[in-house]
Design a protein around this ligand. Structure first.
Ligand code: AHR
Length: 513
Protein backbone atom coordinates (compact mmCIF):
# COMPACT_ATOMS: atom_id res chain seq x y z
CA UNK A 1 0.00 0.00 0.00
CA UNK A 2 1.28 3.44 -0.92
CA UNK A 3 2.17 5.53 2.16
CA UNK A 4 0.97 9.15 2.47
CA UNK A 5 3.53 11.62 3.86
CA UNK A 6 2.66 12.60 7.48
CA UNK A 7 2.11 16.23 6.54
CA UNK A 8 -0.67 15.29 4.07
CA UNK A 9 -2.30 13.05 6.66
CA UNK A 10 -2.31 15.90 9.20
CA UNK A 11 -3.75 18.29 6.62
CA UNK A 12 -6.68 15.95 5.93
CA UNK A 13 -7.11 15.30 9.63
CA UNK A 14 -7.39 19.06 10.15
CA UNK A 15 -9.99 19.61 7.48
CA UNK A 16 -12.10 16.61 8.43
CA UNK A 17 -12.11 17.36 12.16
CA UNK A 18 -12.31 20.41 14.42
CA UNK A 19 -15.16 21.98 12.44
CA UNK A 20 -16.79 22.71 15.77
CA UNK A 21 -15.98 25.97 17.46
CA UNK A 22 -17.56 27.77 20.37
CA UNK A 23 -16.79 31.28 21.54
CA UNK A 24 -17.97 32.23 25.03
CA UNK A 25 -17.95 35.83 26.26
CA UNK A 26 -17.28 34.98 29.87
CA UNK A 27 -17.59 38.58 31.17
CA UNK A 28 -20.69 39.58 29.21
CA UNK A 29 -23.51 37.68 30.92
CA UNK A 30 -26.65 39.52 32.01
CA UNK A 31 -29.70 37.22 31.89
CA UNK A 32 -30.32 34.83 34.75
CA UNK A 33 -31.25 31.25 33.88
CA UNK A 34 -34.44 30.95 35.89
CA UNK A 35 -34.23 27.80 37.95
CA UNK A 36 -37.84 27.05 36.95
CA UNK A 37 -36.58 26.05 33.49
CA UNK A 38 -35.70 22.81 35.30
CA UNK A 39 -39.32 22.28 36.37
CA UNK A 40 -41.43 19.12 36.24
CA UNK A 41 -45.03 18.11 35.71
CA UNK A 42 -47.21 15.58 37.55
CA UNK A 43 -50.67 14.73 36.25
CA UNK A 44 -53.36 12.36 37.46
CA UNK A 45 -52.45 10.13 34.55
CA UNK A 46 -51.54 6.46 34.60
CA UNK A 47 -49.07 5.72 37.40
CA UNK A 48 -47.69 9.22 37.92
CA UNK A 49 -49.61 10.07 41.11
CA UNK A 50 -51.25 6.80 42.23
CA UNK A 51 -48.69 3.97 42.35
CA UNK A 52 -46.07 6.61 41.58
CA UNK A 53 -45.60 9.56 43.94
CA UNK A 54 -48.45 8.39 46.15
CA UNK A 55 -48.73 4.91 47.62
CA UNK A 56 -51.38 5.69 50.26
CA UNK A 57 -51.14 3.32 53.20
CA UNK A 58 -48.94 0.70 51.46
CA UNK A 59 -46.75 -0.34 54.40
CA UNK A 60 -44.13 -2.08 52.22
CA UNK A 61 -42.93 1.22 50.72
CA UNK A 62 -41.43 3.82 53.09
CA UNK A 63 -43.62 6.90 52.87
CA UNK A 64 -44.75 9.98 54.71
CA UNK A 65 -48.49 10.59 54.54
CA UNK A 66 -48.55 8.27 51.53
CA UNK A 67 -45.75 10.04 49.61
CA UNK A 68 -42.87 7.72 48.60
CA UNK A 69 -39.71 8.84 50.34
CA UNK A 70 -37.32 7.30 47.81
CA UNK A 71 -38.86 9.48 45.09
CA UNK A 72 -38.63 12.57 47.30
CA UNK A 73 -34.93 11.84 47.98
CA UNK A 74 -34.19 11.37 44.28
CA UNK A 75 -36.02 14.55 43.29
CA UNK A 76 -34.32 16.59 46.01
CA UNK A 77 -30.99 15.66 44.44
CA UNK A 78 -32.31 17.03 41.15
CA UNK A 79 -33.18 20.30 42.92
CA UNK A 80 -36.65 20.26 41.36
CA UNK A 81 -37.59 23.94 41.50
CA UNK A 82 -41.27 23.78 40.51
CA UNK A 83 -43.93 21.12 40.01
CA UNK A 84 -47.03 21.53 37.87
CA UNK A 85 -50.26 19.72 38.88
CA UNK A 86 -52.97 18.25 38.51
CA UNK A 87 -52.81 18.22 34.67
CA UNK A 88 -52.68 18.34 31.64
CA UNK A 89 -56.03 17.40 30.24
CA UNK A 90 -57.05 16.08 33.65
CA UNK A 91 -56.94 19.63 35.08
CA UNK A 92 -59.97 20.77 33.10
CA UNK A 93 -62.06 17.94 34.54
CA UNK A 94 -60.81 18.37 38.11
CA UNK A 95 -62.92 19.88 40.87
CA UNK A 96 -60.55 20.66 43.71
CA UNK A 97 -63.21 20.63 46.42
CA UNK A 98 -63.62 16.87 45.78
CA UNK A 99 -60.02 16.41 46.96
CA UNK A 100 -60.14 18.03 50.42
CA UNK A 101 -61.45 16.89 53.81
CA UNK A 102 -61.56 13.31 55.19
CA UNK A 103 -60.37 10.89 52.51
CA UNK A 104 -63.16 8.38 53.11
CA UNK A 105 -65.77 11.06 52.44
CA UNK A 106 -64.30 12.28 49.15
CA UNK A 107 -66.39 11.57 46.05
CA UNK A 108 -64.98 9.55 43.16
CA UNK A 109 -64.95 10.52 39.51
CA UNK A 110 -63.97 8.95 36.21
CA UNK A 111 -60.67 10.03 34.72
CA UNK A 112 -62.14 10.43 31.25
CA UNK A 113 -58.96 11.44 29.46
CA UNK A 114 -56.70 8.75 30.82
CA UNK A 115 -58.26 5.32 30.53
CA UNK A 116 -61.62 5.97 32.24
CA UNK A 117 -60.19 4.73 35.54
CA UNK A 118 -61.77 5.68 38.85
CA UNK A 119 -60.18 8.67 40.52
CA UNK A 120 -60.99 8.47 44.23
CA UNK A 121 -59.57 11.90 45.02
CA UNK A 122 -57.41 10.54 47.84
CA UNK A 123 -54.54 12.70 46.56
CA UNK A 124 -55.75 16.29 46.66
CA UNK A 125 -54.70 19.87 47.30
CA UNK A 126 -53.23 19.32 50.79
CA UNK A 127 -51.37 16.20 49.66
CA UNK A 128 -49.85 17.96 46.67
CA UNK A 129 -48.91 21.21 48.40
CA UNK A 130 -47.44 19.41 51.41
CA UNK A 131 -45.45 17.23 49.00
CA UNK A 132 -44.07 20.37 47.32
CA UNK A 133 -42.95 21.56 50.76
CA UNK A 134 -41.17 18.23 51.32
CA UNK A 135 -39.45 18.66 47.96
CA UNK A 136 -38.63 22.33 48.44
CA UNK A 137 -40.34 22.98 45.08
CA UNK A 138 -42.73 25.78 44.17
CA UNK A 139 -46.20 24.50 43.20
CA UNK A 140 -47.74 25.47 39.86
CA UNK A 141 -51.49 24.77 39.89
CA UNK A 142 -53.46 24.33 36.67
CA UNK A 143 -56.96 25.71 37.14
CA UNK A 144 -60.08 24.15 35.62
CA UNK A 145 -61.42 26.51 32.97
CA UNK A 146 -62.86 23.92 30.56
CA UNK A 147 -65.51 22.49 32.89
CA UNK A 148 -65.14 24.60 36.03
CA UNK A 149 -66.39 28.02 37.03
CA UNK A 150 -64.84 31.37 37.81
CA UNK A 151 -66.08 30.99 41.39
CA UNK A 152 -64.42 27.58 41.74
CA UNK A 153 -60.99 28.81 40.64
CA UNK A 154 -61.32 32.00 42.63
CA UNK A 155 -62.15 29.89 45.72
CA UNK A 156 -59.11 27.67 45.12
CA UNK A 157 -56.84 30.73 45.15
CA UNK A 158 -58.42 31.88 48.42
CA UNK A 159 -58.29 28.39 49.94
CA UNK A 160 -54.56 27.96 49.43
CA UNK A 161 -53.37 31.56 49.69
CA UNK A 162 -55.49 33.82 51.83
CA UNK A 163 -54.68 34.71 55.43
CA UNK A 164 -56.06 32.51 58.24
CA UNK A 165 -59.62 33.40 59.17
CA UNK A 166 -59.96 36.11 56.50
CA UNK A 167 -62.92 34.53 54.66
CA UNK A 168 -64.82 31.21 54.38
CA UNK A 169 -62.14 29.50 52.24
CA UNK A 170 -59.19 29.94 54.66
CA UNK A 171 -61.53 28.93 57.49
CA UNK A 172 -62.34 25.72 55.59
CA UNK A 173 -58.61 25.14 55.03
CA UNK A 174 -58.01 25.43 58.75
CA UNK A 175 -60.84 22.98 59.48
CA UNK A 176 -59.02 20.56 57.18
CA UNK A 177 -55.86 20.82 59.23
CA UNK A 178 -53.80 23.61 57.67
CA UNK A 179 -53.81 27.03 59.28
CA UNK A 180 -51.10 28.87 57.37
CA UNK A 181 -51.52 29.45 53.63
CA UNK A 182 -49.17 27.81 51.14
CA UNK A 183 -48.83 31.03 49.09
CA UNK A 184 -49.00 29.44 45.66
CA UNK A 185 -47.60 31.88 43.13
CA UNK A 186 -47.97 30.10 39.77
CA UNK A 187 -51.44 29.48 38.32
CA UNK A 188 -52.36 28.14 34.91
CA UNK A 189 -55.68 29.48 33.64
CA UNK A 190 -56.75 26.25 31.91
CA UNK A 191 -54.66 23.77 29.93
CA UNK A 192 -54.62 23.24 26.16
CA UNK A 193 -57.90 25.13 25.89
CA UNK A 194 -57.60 24.79 22.09
CA UNK A 195 -58.13 21.02 22.62
CA UNK A 196 -58.91 18.93 25.70
CA UNK A 197 -59.38 22.09 27.78
CA UNK A 198 -62.49 23.23 25.90
CA UNK A 199 -61.82 23.37 22.13
CA UNK A 200 -61.88 27.16 22.23
CA UNK A 201 -60.80 29.64 19.60
CA UNK A 202 -58.07 32.04 20.73
CA UNK A 203 -60.24 35.18 20.66
CA UNK A 204 -62.93 33.48 22.74
CA UNK A 205 -60.40 32.13 25.23
CA UNK A 206 -58.72 35.53 25.58
CA UNK A 207 -62.06 36.86 26.87
CA UNK A 208 -62.59 33.86 29.14
CA UNK A 209 -59.05 34.33 30.48
CA UNK A 210 -59.76 37.99 31.28
CA UNK A 211 -62.81 36.99 33.25
CA UNK A 212 -61.05 34.26 35.25
CA UNK A 213 -57.94 36.34 35.88
CA UNK A 214 -60.04 39.19 37.27
CA UNK A 215 -61.15 37.03 40.20
CA UNK A 216 -57.81 35.39 40.98
CA UNK A 217 -56.96 37.66 43.84
CA UNK A 218 -53.57 38.23 45.43
CA UNK A 219 -52.81 37.08 48.93
CA UNK A 220 -50.70 39.90 50.31
CA UNK A 221 -49.47 43.39 49.53
CA UNK A 222 -45.88 42.40 48.83
CA UNK A 223 -45.09 43.67 45.33
CA UNK A 224 -42.42 40.99 44.83
CA UNK A 225 -44.74 38.18 45.74
CA UNK A 226 -47.64 38.61 43.36
CA UNK A 227 -49.86 35.99 41.82
CA UNK A 228 -48.49 34.80 38.47
CA UNK A 229 -51.23 33.92 35.97
CA UNK A 230 -50.38 31.91 32.86
CA UNK A 231 -52.52 31.82 29.74
CA UNK A 232 -52.97 28.39 28.20
CA UNK A 233 -50.57 28.43 25.29
CA UNK A 234 -50.06 27.36 21.73
CA UNK A 235 -49.81 23.86 20.38
CA UNK A 236 -46.28 23.85 18.88
CA UNK A 237 -46.29 26.18 15.85
CA UNK A 238 -49.71 27.81 16.32
CA UNK A 239 -48.18 31.30 16.23
CA UNK A 240 -51.57 32.97 15.83
CA UNK A 241 -52.46 31.67 19.31
CA UNK A 242 -49.60 33.56 20.93
CA UNK A 243 -50.35 36.63 18.82
CA UNK A 244 -53.97 36.74 20.07
CA UNK A 245 -52.99 36.14 23.73
CA UNK A 246 -50.47 39.00 23.62
CA UNK A 247 -52.83 41.30 21.71
CA UNK A 248 -56.16 40.68 23.44
CA UNK A 249 -55.25 40.16 27.09
CA UNK A 250 -54.36 43.34 28.99
CA UNK A 251 -50.77 42.93 30.13
CA UNK A 252 -51.52 43.89 33.71
CA UNK A 253 -53.50 40.66 34.02
CA UNK A 254 -51.03 38.40 32.18
CA UNK A 255 -47.75 37.27 33.71
CA UNK A 256 -47.00 34.30 31.43
CA UNK A 257 -48.02 32.57 28.22
CA UNK A 258 -47.55 28.82 27.83
CA UNK A 259 -46.34 26.65 24.94
CA UNK A 260 -46.52 22.85 24.54
CA UNK A 261 -44.30 20.85 22.22
CA UNK A 262 -43.52 17.13 22.26
CA UNK A 263 -40.76 15.40 20.31
CA UNK A 264 -42.99 12.83 18.64
CA UNK A 265 -42.16 11.20 15.31
CA UNK A 266 -45.75 10.96 14.10
CA UNK A 267 -48.87 11.06 16.28
CA UNK A 268 -50.25 8.06 14.40
CA UNK A 269 -47.01 6.03 14.35
CA UNK A 270 -44.73 6.96 17.19
CA UNK A 271 -41.97 4.31 17.65
CA UNK A 272 -40.98 1.94 20.39
CA UNK A 273 -39.26 3.71 23.27
CA UNK A 274 -36.39 1.20 23.25
CA UNK A 275 -36.34 -0.59 19.90
CA UNK A 276 -35.89 2.16 17.36
CA UNK A 277 -33.89 2.58 14.19
CA UNK A 278 -31.33 5.31 13.53
CA UNK A 279 -33.86 6.90 11.18
CA UNK A 280 -36.41 7.05 14.02
CA UNK A 281 -33.73 8.44 16.31
CA UNK A 282 -32.84 11.10 13.75
CA UNK A 283 -36.47 12.13 13.31
CA UNK A 284 -36.89 12.43 17.08
CA UNK A 285 -33.80 14.67 17.19
CA UNK A 286 -35.31 16.79 14.41
CA UNK A 287 -38.53 17.24 16.39
CA UNK A 288 -36.52 18.12 19.49
CA UNK A 289 -34.35 20.66 17.63
CA UNK A 290 -37.58 22.25 16.39
CA UNK A 291 -37.97 23.68 19.90
CA UNK A 292 -35.30 26.25 18.95
CA UNK A 293 -37.39 27.58 16.08
CA UNK A 294 -40.57 27.51 18.18
CA UNK A 295 -39.05 29.45 21.04
CA UNK A 296 -37.53 32.00 18.65
CA UNK A 297 -40.75 32.56 16.72
CA UNK A 298 -43.10 32.69 19.72
CA UNK A 299 -40.63 35.06 21.42
CA UNK A 300 -40.54 37.35 18.39
CA UNK A 301 -44.33 37.68 18.56
CA UNK A 302 -44.13 38.38 22.28
CA UNK A 303 -41.38 40.97 21.66
CA UNK A 304 -43.72 42.87 19.34
CA UNK A 305 -46.25 43.42 22.15
CA UNK A 306 -43.89 43.30 25.11
CA UNK A 307 -40.45 44.59 24.11
CA UNK A 308 -39.33 44.82 27.74
CA UNK A 309 -39.98 41.09 28.13
CA UNK A 310 -42.16 41.42 31.21
CA UNK A 311 -44.35 38.47 30.22
CA UNK A 312 -42.69 35.07 30.47
CA UNK A 313 -42.88 32.16 28.06
CA UNK A 314 -43.56 28.94 29.98
CA UNK A 315 -42.91 25.75 28.01
CA UNK A 316 -45.01 23.91 30.54
CA UNK A 317 -45.10 20.58 28.67
CA UNK A 318 -42.20 19.14 26.68
CA UNK A 319 -40.41 15.84 26.15
CA UNK A 320 -40.28 12.69 24.02
CA UNK A 321 -43.45 10.70 23.38
CA UNK A 322 -43.32 7.08 22.14
CA UNK A 323 -45.45 3.94 22.16
CA UNK A 324 -46.28 2.64 25.63
CA UNK A 325 -44.29 -0.33 26.90
CA UNK A 326 -45.73 -3.63 25.59
CA UNK A 327 -48.31 -5.09 27.97
CA UNK A 328 -49.09 -1.79 29.71
CA UNK A 329 -52.33 0.22 29.56
CA UNK A 330 -52.31 2.31 26.36
CA UNK A 331 -53.87 5.27 28.18
CA UNK A 332 -51.22 5.31 30.92
CA UNK A 333 -48.38 6.55 28.68
CA UNK A 334 -45.74 4.49 30.47
CA UNK A 335 -42.54 4.42 28.39
CA UNK A 336 -38.90 3.49 28.95
CA UNK A 337 -36.15 6.06 28.66
CA UNK A 338 -32.93 5.59 26.68
CA UNK A 339 -29.89 7.57 25.56
CA UNK A 340 -32.23 9.08 22.93
CA UNK A 341 -34.08 10.76 25.81
CA UNK A 342 -30.81 11.98 27.30
CA UNK A 343 -30.14 13.69 23.95
CA UNK A 344 -33.59 15.32 23.90
CA UNK A 345 -33.10 16.55 27.47
CA UNK A 346 -29.58 17.91 26.98
CA UNK A 347 -30.37 19.64 23.73
CA UNK A 348 -33.70 21.10 24.89
CA UNK A 349 -32.30 22.42 28.16
CA UNK A 350 -29.51 24.11 26.19
CA UNK A 351 -32.19 25.78 24.04
CA UNK A 352 -34.10 26.98 27.12
CA UNK A 353 -30.92 28.24 28.82
CA UNK A 354 -29.94 30.18 25.71
CA UNK A 355 -33.37 31.86 25.64
CA UNK A 356 -33.43 32.66 29.35
CA UNK A 357 -34.46 36.23 28.58
CA UNK A 358 -37.97 34.99 27.68
CA UNK A 359 -38.25 31.33 28.75
CA UNK A 360 -38.67 31.47 32.52
CA UNK A 361 -40.27 28.13 33.21
CA UNK A 362 -40.39 24.72 31.54
CA UNK A 363 -41.97 21.49 32.80
CA UNK A 364 -40.77 18.16 31.54
CA UNK A 365 -43.66 15.73 30.99
CA UNK A 366 -43.94 13.87 33.33
CA UNK A 367 -41.94 13.24 36.51
CA UNK A 368 -42.80 9.63 37.41
CA UNK A 369 -43.90 6.69 35.20
CA UNK A 370 -45.39 8.84 32.41
CA UNK A 371 -43.78 9.90 29.09
CA UNK A 372 -40.19 11.19 29.48
CA UNK A 373 -40.07 10.43 33.20
CA UNK A 374 -37.04 10.96 35.42
CA UNK A 375 -38.13 8.18 37.80
CA UNK A 376 -39.76 4.81 37.01
CA UNK A 377 -41.25 2.60 39.72
CA UNK A 378 -42.08 -1.08 40.06
CA UNK A 379 -43.51 -1.98 43.44
CA UNK A 380 -40.74 -1.31 46.00
CA UNK A 381 -38.10 -0.53 43.36
CA UNK A 382 -37.33 2.72 41.58
CA UNK A 383 -34.91 3.52 38.78
CA UNK A 384 -33.44 6.81 37.69
CA UNK A 385 -33.56 7.29 33.93
CA UNK A 386 -30.91 8.80 31.64
CA UNK A 387 -33.10 11.92 31.56
CA UNK A 388 -32.83 12.11 35.36
CA UNK A 389 -29.05 12.12 35.10
CA UNK A 390 -29.05 14.92 32.51
CA UNK A 391 -31.34 17.03 34.70
CA UNK A 392 -29.06 16.40 37.65
CA UNK A 393 -25.87 17.24 35.71
CA UNK A 394 -27.46 20.44 34.37
CA UNK A 395 -28.80 21.71 37.69
CA UNK A 396 -25.60 23.78 38.07
CA UNK A 397 -27.22 26.20 35.60
CA UNK A 398 -30.14 26.95 37.93
CA UNK A 399 -30.19 30.69 38.76
CA UNK A 400 -26.74 31.15 37.19
CA UNK A 401 -25.93 33.95 34.74
CA UNK A 402 -26.24 32.92 31.12
CA UNK A 403 -23.08 33.57 29.11
CA UNK A 404 -23.37 34.65 25.46
CA UNK A 405 -22.10 31.88 23.24
CA UNK A 406 -21.55 31.58 19.48
CA UNK A 407 -21.39 28.06 18.12
CA UNK A 408 -20.35 26.62 14.79
CA UNK A 409 -21.20 22.94 14.60
CA UNK A 410 -20.74 20.49 11.80
CA UNK A 411 -23.62 18.33 10.76
CA UNK A 412 -25.03 14.98 11.78
CA UNK A 413 -26.12 13.60 8.45
CA UNK A 414 -28.43 10.69 7.74
CA UNK A 415 -29.26 10.13 4.08
CA UNK A 416 -30.10 13.53 2.65
CA UNK A 417 -31.01 15.07 5.99
CA UNK A 418 -28.75 17.07 8.28
CA UNK A 419 -28.92 18.49 11.80
CA UNK A 420 -26.33 20.42 13.81
CA UNK A 421 -24.46 17.76 15.75
CA UNK A 422 -23.38 19.85 18.72
CA UNK A 423 -25.42 22.02 21.05
CA UNK A 424 -24.14 24.01 24.01
CA UNK A 425 -24.94 26.53 26.72
CA UNK A 426 -22.79 28.16 29.39
CA UNK A 427 -23.36 29.97 32.65
CA UNK A 428 -21.52 31.54 35.55
CA UNK A 429 -22.66 30.61 39.03
CA UNK A 430 -22.63 32.82 42.12
CA UNK A 431 -19.05 31.80 42.99
CA UNK A 432 -17.92 32.71 39.44
CA UNK A 433 -17.44 29.09 38.42
CA UNK A 434 -18.36 28.53 34.79
CA UNK A 435 -20.35 25.52 33.58
CA UNK A 436 -20.61 24.51 29.96
CA UNK A 437 -23.10 21.85 28.89
CA UNK A 438 -22.41 20.13 25.60
CA UNK A 439 -24.36 17.56 23.61
CA UNK A 440 -23.26 15.57 20.56
CA UNK A 441 -26.35 13.96 19.04
CA UNK A 442 -24.47 12.20 16.22
CA UNK A 443 -25.19 8.47 16.45
CA UNK A 444 -21.81 7.48 15.00
CA UNK A 445 -19.19 10.21 15.13
CA UNK A 446 -17.11 11.74 17.89
CA UNK A 447 -16.92 15.54 17.74
CA UNK A 448 -13.85 17.56 18.58
CA UNK A 449 -14.67 21.06 19.77
CA UNK A 450 -12.48 24.13 20.31
CA UNK A 451 -13.90 26.48 22.91
CA UNK A 452 -12.50 29.99 23.01
CA UNK A 453 -13.05 31.52 26.46
CA UNK A 454 -12.93 35.31 26.14
CA UNK A 455 -12.83 37.92 28.87
CA UNK A 456 -11.61 36.06 31.99
CA UNK A 457 -8.56 33.95 32.77
CA UNK A 458 -9.26 30.24 33.29
CA UNK A 459 -6.80 27.45 34.00
CA UNK A 460 -8.62 24.33 35.18
CA UNK A 461 -11.34 22.13 33.73
CA UNK A 462 -13.14 19.07 35.09
CA UNK A 463 -16.30 17.42 33.90
CA UNK A 464 -18.88 14.65 33.92
CA UNK A 465 -20.23 12.66 31.01
CA UNK A 466 -23.35 10.61 30.31
CA UNK A 467 -22.78 8.10 27.52
CA UNK A 468 -23.36 4.46 26.71
CA UNK A 469 -22.47 1.83 24.13
CA UNK A 470 -25.82 1.86 22.32
CA UNK A 471 -28.41 4.53 21.70
CA UNK A 472 -31.11 2.14 22.84
CA UNK A 473 -29.42 1.48 26.20
CA UNK A 474 -31.52 2.17 29.28
CA UNK A 475 -31.69 1.45 32.98
CA UNK A 476 -33.87 -1.44 34.08
CA UNK A 477 -35.10 -2.72 37.44
CA UNK A 478 -32.56 -5.54 37.04
CA UNK A 479 -29.63 -3.29 36.00
CA UNK A 480 -30.54 0.13 37.42
CA UNK A 481 -27.10 1.74 37.00
CA UNK A 482 -26.23 0.78 33.45
CA UNK A 483 -26.33 4.47 32.55
CA UNK A 484 -25.05 6.99 35.06
CA UNK A 485 -22.69 9.97 34.94
CA UNK A 486 -18.94 9.29 34.96
CA UNK A 487 -15.86 11.45 35.27
CA UNK A 488 -15.05 13.05 31.91
CA UNK A 489 -11.44 12.99 30.81
CA UNK A 490 -11.84 14.36 27.29
CA UNK A 491 -11.25 18.07 28.03
CA UNK A 492 -8.04 20.07 28.37
CA UNK A 493 -7.33 23.78 28.74
CA UNK A 494 -4.39 25.84 27.61
CA UNK A 495 -4.23 29.64 27.48
CA UNK A 496 -8.03 30.05 27.63
CA UNK A 497 -8.60 27.56 24.80
CA UNK A 498 -10.54 24.47 25.74
CA UNK A 499 -10.30 21.34 23.64
CA UNK A 500 -13.11 18.84 24.11
CA UNK A 501 -13.69 15.43 22.55
CA UNK A 502 -17.37 14.48 22.70
CA UNK A 503 -18.12 10.81 22.01
CA UNK A 504 -21.15 9.96 19.84
CA UNK A 505 -24.54 10.57 21.54
CA UNK A 506 -23.11 11.92 24.76
CA UNK A 507 -23.87 14.73 27.19
CA UNK A 508 -21.03 16.49 29.02
CA UNK A 509 -21.08 19.20 31.67
CA UNK A 510 -17.76 20.97 32.26
CA UNK A 511 -16.74 23.00 35.27
CA UNK A 512 -14.16 25.65 34.41
CA UNK A 513 -12.23 27.74 36.95
O1 AHR B 1 -48.74 15.09 29.09
C1 AHR B 1 -49.79 14.35 28.56
C2 AHR B 1 -50.86 15.23 27.92
O2 AHR B 1 -50.32 15.90 26.83
C3 AHR B 1 -51.40 16.34 28.79
O3 AHR B 1 -52.41 15.91 29.63
C4 AHR B 1 -51.91 17.31 27.79
O4 AHR B 1 -51.89 18.64 28.26
C5 AHR B 1 -51.03 17.09 26.60
O5 AHR B 1 -51.74 16.97 25.43
Amino acid sequence: MKKFPLIIFLFFACITQAQNTIVIQTDQGHDIINRNIYGHFAEHLGRCIYDGFYVGDNKKIPNKDGIRLDIIDALKKLKVPVLRWPGGCFADTYHWKDGIGPKDKRPSMLNVWWGGVTENNSFGTHDFLNMCEMLGAAPYLAGNVGSGTVQELSDWVKYVNHKPGSSPMPILREQNGRKEPWNVKYWGVGNEVWGCGGNMKPEYYANVYRQYATFMTDWNDNKNDKIFRVASGANSSDYNWTEVMMRDIPHEMLEGVALHHYAVIDWNKKSSATEFTEQEYFTTMKRAWYMEELVQKHSTIMDKYDPKKKIALFVDEWGGWYDVEPGTNGAFLYQQNTMRDAMIAGMTLNIFNNHADRVRMANLAQTVNVLQAVVLTKEEKIILTPTYHVMEMYNVHQDATLLPLAIKSDMYQLGEEKLPAVSASASLDKSKVMHISLVNIDAGKEREISVDLRGTKYSAVTGRILSSAKLQDHNTFEIPDKIKPAVFKGASISGNMLKVKLPPFSVVVLEVK
